[in-house]
Design a protein around this ligand. Structure first.
Ligand code: TPP
Ligand code: MG
Length: 328
């Protein structure tokens, strides 16, 4: 595994990780708040409790690496560097949004940060990641990977297995990242698969796999760094299973009848943000410093919401219907 001590000794990196864990958590809590005020269209899928997966993974990537997300990708998109104001405006359906307000919570892209979009079709981003990685290979871009996030439920989708096969046969630099939160909507993983060890999904394709405690941001960072190194030096895909849990519901229509309050409480105790705060305190940061980070991140969210709320709504015209559906 890559060097965790090296991260612990890097105060600037530690601070940035904490900033993003807090930013992602606060961003999603505010989205919930805005949703409950009736300010969002459609639904939204929050990853409260899963912050360390997006932050740890995207921090281990390089700026030139491309990311594709699933429906639960706010944290990943933010951590890869997407503009928070453009994201907030998108979620509020505004013309100034990342996708001009046409995509909403589930379809945010930020090409300037090499984030090529979240998406609602489970598993469908995996073949797209293969196409991206193929383009890197054809252009001779050796130090570039396509990282694609998907859930445990998606691992039973044909598209994921087809993408594994293609990536293995064509030796593509794809980092397949499974955020295993134990559920696909209300279906627990134990009822969806015969063998809960998802790393075995990579075996038939000869793909190297890794697994990590997805609530431990430093382990995620170190594991993804190691996997990325393997992908670029060997020019082969890798599969990472990050074990985590969403304490938020599947989406806004989730009434949580499929799991117990005890189970949720148990995972609230493993909350990755609080867990990393303890690591910061044990490594020389003061509670005043943590409070200052917390306040700064709250201000960023306040500014993003204030900005988004004043942005104009998109104007619907017949000519505009196809806009933003295709790249020009
Ligand atoms: C191809 C496809 N099948 C079914 C759905 C409906 N659906 C939306 S989210 C979801 C569960 C996905 O579970 P998982 O992959 O574990 O991701 P998580 O929601 O847990 O992050 C399903 C079945 C869909 N969007 N696309
Ligand atoms: Mg899941």
């Amino acid at each position: 595994m890559a060097d965790i001590q090296g991260i612990l000794d890097d105060n600037a990196l530690m601070t940035r990780i904490m900033e993003y864990l807090m930013l992602v958590r606060k961003f999603e809590e505010r989205i919930l708040d805005l949703y409950e005020q009736g300010k969002l269209y459609g639904t939204t899928h929050l990853g409260v409790g899963e912050e360390a997966t997006g932050v740890g993974t995207c921090f281990a990537l390089k700026p030139q690496d491309c990311v594709l997300s699933s429906h639960r990708g706010h944290g990943q998109t933010l951590a890869k560097g997407a503009d928070i104001k453009a994201m907030m405006a998108e979620i509020l359906g505004k013309e100034a949004g990342a996708n001009r307000g046409r995509g909403g919570s589930m379809h945010i892209a930020a090409p300037a940060s090499n984030v090529y979009g979240m998406g609602g079709i489970i598993g469908a981003s995996c073949p797209i990641a293969c196409g991206m990685a193929l383009s890197f290979k054809m252009r001779g871009e050796q130090d570039r990977v396509a990282a694609v996030f998907f859930g445990d439920g998606a691992t039973s989708e044909g598209a994921v297995h087809e993408a594994f096969n293609l990536a293995a046969v064509w030796q593509l630099p794809v980092l397949f990242v499974c955020t295993n939160n134990g559920y696909g909507m209300s279906t627990p993983l134990r009822k969806a698969v015969n063998d809960m060890d998802l790393t075995k999904r990579a075996i038939p394709f000869g793909i190297r796999s890794y697994e990590v405690d997805g609530n431990d941001v430093l382990s995620v960072y170190a594991t993804v760094s190691e996997a990325r190194e393997y992908v670029v030096t060997r020019q082969r895909p890798a599969f990472i299973v990050e074990h985590t849990y969403r304490t938020s519901g599947h989406s806004k229509s989730d009434v949580n009848r499929y799991r117990t309050q005890e189970e949720i409480a148990e995972w609230l105790d493993k909350n990755p943000v609080a867990r990393f705060s303890k690591i910061m305190l044990a490594n020389g940061f003061s509670s005043d410093e943590l409070e200052a980070i917390d306040a700064r991140q709250s201000s960023l969210i306040d500014e993003a919401v204030a900005y988004a709320e004043t942005c104009p709504d998109p104007v619907a015209t017949p000519e505009g219907l196809g806009m933003e559906a295709y790249a020009e």
